[in-house]
Design a binder for this molecule. Sequence first.
Ligand SMILES: [Zn+2]
Length: 274
Amino acid sequence: MTELTTIIEGINRRIDGIALVRLIDYHVDKIQVSGATLKCFCPIHHELAFRSLIINLKTNTYRCTMKRCPCFQEGLLVELWARHMNLEVLEAGLDLADKLQLDIDIQTLRQLGATFTEKARDALAAEDFDQARALIDQALALQSRNLELRLLSAQIWTAAGRHDRANEEYLALFDAYLEDRSFDAARELLAMLLAEQPDSQLLLERQVELAHHEATRRPEDEAPERGDVVAQRRAADPGCAHAHAHPAPAAHPGADCRPPRRQAPGNHGVTPAW
Ligand SMILES: [Zn+2]
């Protein structure tokens, strides 16, 4: 993870602390700057009376003076944004690089994510599960909400015999498909899981839930929109030019890539926190 740590520190160094608190936009009228110290109301525990959040504008670190606040321990500014946005730290860094126009080569970082993913697939194929896990975790650090990566992560857990973790990942993936109204993908995934565990109460409950959602299928669910989803999936998996998910536990989608299936509208990048 050294490479990622370096990236995070690089991004953190470039953050303008004042611009960041303005971006957080929590009682900005209370911001007080004195030398290299910025004090403001803490947006994390939603302070209403004291300037408890102290930012060191030189080291680009922060801490909250309230003991009960999760920010009581010092952290990097990029971590403050991660907390505020409920993102992984690296994702928060990329988000900030974009929003604050930081001098960071985002494309290179995205490419790095794609490289991690490809290497994770190779390691999985070579049955080096520890390596595959380490690589997919790094790819996920860049794009934790990418469903394609979550699927690969579940496959790696399965291959490594960690069925408990695989199940967790698959169920989270199923919920994300539902959230995106990707019913075909959800149904396919559920069928695969039920084939392995036909008596699972949890899965049977999900089946009822899916039927309920499908009963409310909207016309726009039939007419897919593509956009960020395609770009995101391509970035995550250059081997596949299609806009669809790969719920089957097959190895590399590039090998048996099927045509795009019906895709739910909306941004697949915005799914619930994992
Ligand atoms: Zn606080």
